[in-house]
Design a protein around this ligand. Structure first.
Ligand code: AMP
Ligand code: GLY
Length: 423
């Protein structure tokens, strides 16, 4: 059978690679894909983007089912449109995707269903927002309401900084319509983890836990990025914390969405802050898999991902089981010159090692220009490796990283540092 993956990042390369490894799959198309999906076995890029074009393609090619990678098509209603056209697709509807596309929606939902999260208030007027800040304590967090590609969040150390963020969002409209409303919330202390599940709208299958590295530079310094590396599992999420997250956050979220008439079918990603006592709180929801978390997670998945997706679409996820490699996985992102501000494109990439059982290089911002592989976006590659211990996975990943060259490449040397400290 033939499948379609929508998207072009490292997450989508990992999804396409994993789906293509199913014995039942003949071909995985990726729209539009990247330089890695262009050359992956059993995978083929199709240069399509509009929903109508994608629907026509799926009908013409008899695509068995589609998996959506990024949030943008989900929040534009690609799932609603595919379902109306009678096509199978895995992802939340536009209404359900609001858990990510509107922070205000997500916060109110969490309050309605008593999910632990930071106290918050929403504002459209700068003066009222500043009055609220004056009455609160710093650090304090200011967020654009809409999708702002991970850049709409300011963790302000001082009230002055918070007021400046208000001016940028509500005054100068730095994030356009996405920042026409802002959410101001209490600062949560603790350590972050990514908790991603699959849901069929009712049942939940948790994926392996992971931890991302959001800052550009070693030691968690420099600007925020989409993520500079990830590893799985995250030792921070002990079995006890895991049980609490499922009971206090994930199940109530899935039940709440169903009760409100928007059952959440798809990957649900809870960004967690876990405090010193092991109490988890929700920083945000994403309505999709994480990038780069997906790359180490899928490298550890031993089950057939197609089976899991089929169960999720059919509403029978309670009958599915995911089997995980007991090894740890760790992925190092290699980013382009000037990422995250204005990544440079067109640098020639050399030295990518051939895939091995314990190490694969997933592509993100790459493309083939003739026979030459060049950079084509901010995050270029995610070098992902397995090892019997996190330290071994890390050594293996950096061995591969050290073979790869392109002008202006940026990557962190300390991916996994929190996990290593815990051992
Ligand atoms: P978000 O886009 O909501 O995930 O926020 C981006 C990053 O800002 C998160 O990954 C956290 O590191 C940080 N952050 C967001 N909200 C809070 C909060 N309430 N307390 C502490 N840190 C936060
Ligand atoms: N790596 C963070 C995210 O996918 O949102």
């Amino acid at each position: 059978m033939k499948l379609l993956v929508i998207g072009s990042g490292g997450r989508e390369h990992a999804l396409a690679w994993k789906l293509a490894s199913s014995p039942r799959v003949q071909k995985v198309y990726v729209a539009p894909g990247n330089g890695g999906t262009a050359t992956e076995n059993g995978v083929e890029n199709v240069p399509l983007s509009g929903t109508k074009e994608l629907i026509d393609f799926c009908k013409r090619e008899h695509i068995h089912l589609t998996v959506v990678g990024p949030e943008a098509p989900l929040s534009e209603g690609v799932v609603d449109a595919f379902r109306e056209a009678g096509l199978k697709i895995f992802g939340p509807t536009r209404a359900a995707a609001q858990l990510e596309s509107s922070k205000d929606f997500a916060k109110r939902f969490m309050v309605r269903h008593k999910l632990p999260t930071a106290r918050h208030k929403t504002f459209e007027d700068a003066a009222t927002a500043k009055a609220y800040i004056a009455a609160e304590r710093a650090p304090i967090v200011v967020k654009a309401d809409g999708l702002a590609a991970g850049k709409g969040v300011v963790v302000a150390q001082t009230k002055e900084e918070a007021n400046a963020a208000i001016d940028a969002m509500l005054g100068e409209r730095r994030f356009g319509a996405a920042g026409a409303r802002v959410v101001i919330e209490e600062f949560l202390p603790g350590e972050e983890a990514s908790f991603i599940v699959m849901s069929d709208g009712k049942n939940v299958l948790p994926l392996a836990t992971s931890q991302d590295h959001k800052r550009l530079r070693d030691g968690d310094e420099g600007p925020n990025t989409g993520g500079m590396g990830a590893y799985s599992p995250a030792p921070l999420v002990t079995p006890k914390v895991h049980a609490r997250v499922m009971r206090e956050i994930i199940q109530p979220a899935i039940n709440g969405m169903a009760e409100e008439g928007h059952p959440f079918v798809g990957f649900l990603y809870a960004g967690l802050m876990i405090d010193a006592a092991g109490a988890p709180r929700t920083v945000e929801f994403n309505c999709r898999l994480g990038d780069p978390e997906t790359q180490p997670i899928l490298l550890r998945l031993k089950s057939d991902l197609l089976d899991l997706v089929e169960h999720a679409i059919a509403g029978t996820l309670d009958q599915a089981e995911a089997e995980w490699d007991r090894r740890c996985a760790l992925g190092v992102v290699m980013a382009a010159a000037n990422y995250p501000e204005e990544p440079r494109k067109g640098d020639r990439i050399q030295g990518i090692p051939a895939p091995a059982e314990d190490c694969r290089v997933f592509h993100a911002g790459t493309k083939l220009s003739g026979d030459t592989l060049v950079t084509n976006g901010g995050r270029v590659l995610c070098v992902t490796a397995l090892g019997d211990a996190l330290r071994i996975a890390r050594t293996r990943a950096y061995e591969a990283v050290d073979q790869i060259r392109f002008d202006g490449m940026q990557f962190r040397r300390d991916i996994g540092h929190r996990g290593l400290k815990k051992k």
